[in-house]
Design a protein around this ligand. Structure first.
Ligand code: CP
Length: 312
């Protein structure tokens, strides 16, 4: 695998999940694969899980790890070709991407959507800029429109916890005081389309995701109806796609409760706002898989880094 920008870069999801579970059972099986090689993790946005799980995964397979919080430590980057850089931005991505490529064998990048300009976010200027200009493989640690490491971790978690051959999985929108990106939901939808499971998306009117991504998915506007007979409920907040980046309302009736969850397992990528997105009784119950999802971020990242190291 040359780069990991989308869940589709894995090829067979089934094989990827099996391989990740094998790594989970034997974390140091490839401890020399990354020997004398370096990964550079560039964070343009905050993180807890991605930062630590990717570093742990890299260490498990012998990579040296360099981490840079670009947002606070790096020079502000210019992305536009031909720009006259006489204002705030000190360095062009043309130099930055080539310079980091001298120090690292793999570059991993986190750069969220700005949620102001849809066209600009969908152009993925940071991720695609590094992909175009760097001379080493690129890993997406959550970009404007995708979070494929989270989606792979979620696929692993679903596989480990399913108790019927074809479970019903519901992706349920949740209220949130701040406008949140669509990346996690988008990648979860992409991943679910690759799985042989019943999949339903539920959200209030006005909160449609990108229709090119949800194309072919069942969308139910009544949350209660969507949750009927669910085996897994994946809760996520996202801002409006049509009224791009707007919080249209924060209807508290969409918060996940123990009563609504029924017997289903609860999933969320974290971080999560307690008693806004989901009530304490769900997160503190045995039905919650959120800690296991976070654990599986390590094995998802380790599988991705292993596959890249095998071809460089
Ligand atoms: N789920 C996730 O990506 O968590 P962080 O934002 O803490 O990395």
């Amino acid at each position: 695998m040359k780069n990991y920008l989308s869940i589709h870069d894995l090829g067979s999801l089934r094989h990827a999940v099996d391989e990740a579970i094998a790594l989970k059972n034997d974390p140091y099986a490839f401890e020399d694969l990354g020997k004398r090689k370096t990964i550079c993790l560039l964070f343009f946005n905050n993180s807890l899980r991605t930062r630590l799980s990717t570093q742990k995964a890299a260490t498990n397979i012998g990579l040296n790890v360099m981490v840079m919080n670009f947002g606070s430590e790096g020079w502000q980057l210019e992305y536009e070709d031909g720009s006259i850089m006489d204002e705030g931005k000190s360095e062009h991505i043309r130099e930055a991407a080539q310079v980091v490529s001298q120090y690292a064998d793999i570059i991993a990048i986190r750069a969220f959507a700005g949620l102001i300009d849809k066209e600009q976010d969908e152009a993925e200027i940071v991720l695609n800029g590094f992909k175009k200009l760097a001379s080493v493989p690129i890993v997406n640690m959550e970009s404007s429109v995708a979070h494929p490491l989270q989606a792979l971790a979620d696929a692993i978690t679903l596989e480990e916890h399913k108790t019927v051959k074809k479970p019903k999985v519901v992706l349920s929108w949740a209220p949130h005081p701040k406008p949140l990106p669509h990346a996690v939901a988008n990648s979860f939808v992409h991943m679910m389309k690759l799985k042989e499971m019943d999949f339903v998306i539920t959200h209030p009117a006005g909160y449609h995701l990108n229709p090119e991504i949800t194309n072919g998915c069942e969308i139910v506007y009544e949350q209660e109806k969507a949750l009927e007979n669910a085996n897994f409920v994946y809760v996520k907040s996202w801002s409006s796609y049509k009224n791009y980046g707007r919080v249209l309302h924060q209807n508290p009736a969409w918060m996940m409760t123990k009563e609504k969850l029924g017997d289903a397992k609860f999933m969320h990528c974290l971080p999560v706002r307690r008693n806004v997105v989901v009530e304490d009784a769900v997160l503190d119950s045995a039905q919650s898989l959120v800690i296991e999802q976070a654990n599986n971020r390590t094995w998802a990242a380790q599988l991705v880094l292993k596959r890249i190291l095998e071809v460089i």
